[in-house]
Design a protein around this ligand. Sequence first.
Ligand code: IPE
Ligand code: IPE
Ligand code: MG
Length: 257
Amino acid sequence: MSSTNLQKWTASDLAPDGAGAAPRHVAIIMDGNGRWAAARGLPRVEGHRRGVEALRRAVRAAHELGVRHLTLYSFSAENWSRPVEEVSDLMNLLRLFMRRDLAELHKGEVRVKVIGERAGLPSDILGLLEEAEARTRGNSGLQLVVAFNYGGRQEIVSAVRRIAEAVRDGKLAPEAIDVGVVADHLDTANIPDPDLVIRTSGELRISNFLLWQSAYAEFVFLPLHWPDFDKAAFEEALASFSARQRRYGGRTARAGA
Ligand code: IPE
Ligand code: IPE
Ligand code: MG
């Protein structure tokens, strides 16, 4: 991990609001598994395997750093366009993760929530995802939001469709549609918007992730590949976040008269 001049984030910076506050919700675009493997002459699947280990580290670090909601972009709606062998490797790794890690997550009071399109997923995967949600529903620790077969545009389209159906059925007046109504029809209903979105691999794009929800998120792009992500990288991102002033279009007291 390269060092930066940014102040190190510590637990004492915890505050509910304002500059210096720790992010309540961190969302991560876990990118760079393939390049990590290629740089070592390894098959891509090895990068994905090591990516699962980084994912475990991220969940642990989120818990230790006081993050309340952690969203992980695991498979995008567009990732189906990859070669079938790679898609199948990724599906198998999700199966393995859900089977091996669910008990441990449950023990750690983690509450799992899955966002993304469920229709068309292999039925055993669907079963594992639903089991993870059902088993951990009552937990009070970190909320782990797994974005699987997720696309921000697709999510908005399906919300619009359900809102249109409610209007058609006379359950909702068009004038009553506001930001809150739209938010309530997204997969992320009841989850606070991400305060911080992290992307690894050095790519500077959002790739159809949380388009609506990240309207006022802070972004941190880390110059490392996902398999190298660790607690120090997480802390570096949090330090960058805590040094920023969020204005939401308004002005802060510090901005001067
Ligand atoms: C992220 O790593 C994992 C998924 C998108 C599922 P990539 O597989 O995208 O790795 P790069 O970006 O090709 O290096
Ligand atoms: C975004 O990474 C999706 C996930 C991390 C699951 P991609 O590697 O698919 O994104 P692009 O293709 O570089 O935009
Ligand atoms: Mg990628």
